[in-house]
Design a protein around this ligand. Structure first.
Ligand code: MTE
Length: 333
């Protein structure tokens, strides 16, 4: 299927329906389109998208609550912290500040996605791994909890929108999972796919046909097997709250946050770069590599500085988000 980026004057009629008729819908779309650079925005991007009303919310549970984990699954929390990722060089972000300001477009274009995840069912869960490998298979998350060696890592996270956070993730290196399927020598890339369940994700349902759902991402095989590429099932010593990508997500601290795909259901080894969500929607603004780099401006804003969730403290952006010792050698050419 071909997706193209609509110009504002190409918007279908239902996107320009008068506000008194489709106010909620229009607000969501407008924020989304502004993020994409497709609307003459009234909504500031990194200055805080407004919380859109009108969607079903889960008001009972606090933003930081984790989904139930079956009793049969070993409690791996808290996992021992990997001494190589002991601290951030900055203050840790408060859990509430991270949990209340998230990007998860399947649910909402606002940052308060925790209000819109009530219908999402992160258990049971399995990841299918296939493509160019000798032992493809379906990996049940409960089994992975028993089989993988879990650790905690304190990591900086930098969103392309210029906000940043410092959070401890629990999980295991992506390469430990890939090893289990025995990638073939021809496997040069790794593609990732999020769930496709519009019945559980309101914004995905609302924007069917307009965006290339499900959300996808990709890495080169060198990036995917780098020590820094991490699969997380937890944050702040607890299973991931839904809005942070329950029950399993990627964490790539040297890349802009959109590469760290949430709620993964499929991993595919390929010999060609896989199509990725934001790069498909707007290739001029979101490249495949997407390494944090203060010298390459986003077409609509500078990347020279970043601001921390919660404190709003500003810092200079650092190349590879400060993780050059792990990753710079992959980009020498
Ligand atoms: N994964 C999916 N499936 N859908 C998304 O919308 N947003 C990305 C990334 N992973 C996104 C996603 C973006 S833009 C960022 S910055 C990070 O998730 C944010 O992670 P956090 O919300 O847990 O802080």
């Amino acid at each position: 299927m071909n997706y193209f980026v609509r110009r504002p004057w190409d918007l279908p009629q239902r996107l320009v329906t008068p506000e008194d008729v489709y106010r909620q819908r229009k607000l969501h779309r407008r924020e989304f389109l502004t993020w994409l650079g497709l609307a003459t925005g009234v909504v500031g991007l990194s200055t805080g998208c407004s919380d859109s009303g009108g969607e079903k919310t889960s008001s009972q549970s606090p933003a930081t609550s984790s989904p139930e984990v079956p009793e049969s699954v070993p409690n791996i929390y808290p996992a021992a912290r990997n001494p190589n990722f002991k601290d951030y060089g900055r203050a840790e972000t408060e859990p509430e500040d991270a949990a209340r300001y998230t990007n998860f477009y399947e649910f909402s274009t606002s940052k308060s996605t925790y209000k819109f995840v009530a219908n999402f069912k992160p258990t049971p869960w399995a990841i299918e791994i296939g493509g160019l490998c000798d032992r493809p298979g379906k990996f049940d998350l409960d089994d992975l909890h028993k089989q993988m060696s879990f650790e905690e890592r304190a990591c900086r996270h930098r969103c392309v929108e210029t906000w940043a956070m410092c959070v401890p993730w629990t999980g295991f290196p992506l390469r430990d999972l890939l090893k289990r399927v025995e990638p073939k020598a021809e496997a040069k890339y790794v593609g990732f796919t999020t769930f496709d369940r519009p019945d559980e994700a309101t914004n995905m349902a609302r924007t069917q046909g307009d965006f290339p759902w499900p959300y996808t991402e990709g890495l080169t095989i060198a990036e995917a097997t780098n020590e820094l590429a991490f699969i997380a099932t937890g944050i702040y010593g607890k299973p991931l709250p839904k809005q942070h990508g329950a029950p399993i997500r990627l964490v790539l601290p040297w890349k802009y946050g959109f590469k760290s795909i949430k709620s993964i259901v499929q991993i595919t080894l390929t010999d060609k770069p896989p199509a990725t969500f934001w790069n498909t929607v707007n290739p001029a603004e979101y490249d495949f590599e997407a390494n944090v780099n203060p010298t390459i401006s986003h077409p609509r804003w500078s990347q020279r500085t970043e601001w921390m969730l919660g404190t709003r403290e500003r810092h200079d952006t650092v190349i590879y988000n400060g993780y050059g010792e792990y990753v710079a050698s992959m980009y020498k050419s």
